[in-house]
Design a binder for this molecule. Sequence first.
Ligand code: SF4
Length: 207
Amino acid sequence: MDQIVYQYHQNLYINLTNRCPCACVFCERQYFDGLGSADSLWLKEEPSVEQVMKALGAYDLSDYKELVFCGFGEPAERFMDLTEIAKKVKKYSAIPIRMNTIGLADLIWDRPCAPLLKDAVDRVSISLNTPDPKRFQELTRSRFGEKSWFSLVHFAKECAQNGLEVRLTTVATTLTEEEEEQCRRLAESIGAEYLIRPYEEPGVRPE
Ligand code: SF4
């Protein structure tokens, strides 16, 4: 069960898929297999919506601060299942629901996805990584190429316009102060929050 749903700090996480349109140079999957209460987040097969709901049923959601879609892959690869699960959870729990993403849902599904998150997910945390589209491509090696950064920003903006709390994140020590300021201004311009996440040593499993 732990591969589908796992605990990390005070949150409960859902690991929907190991698929991802990117191959980030910093991806933690290169270094370790699990996180939090999960020894391994490598899925033998992707869980169905019903299997996720059953796995969630083993937990009292009121014990956790947030329910987060984030595993060893990009949750937007299962965007439609993600919204279905989130809406089912909303029927019986008030727990805030967050999606952690690289922000490329519109490219994966070839349609505007942000409106579908309304009434399903409360918060979206998007790894902006850099204010530079070319650098973004070098870092993430997205299969969609250099249009990826622009699609991410458009998705973030549409999430905010659909009433979601949106957070754009970068990692401490990886950008200059000027670049961080550019990210901050970008976030402000689209109604998002800007968060600089702490740097984590590559290869060291986070506690
Ligand atoms: S988007 Fe996330 S899961 Fe995908 S390669 Fe990058 S860090 Fe890894």
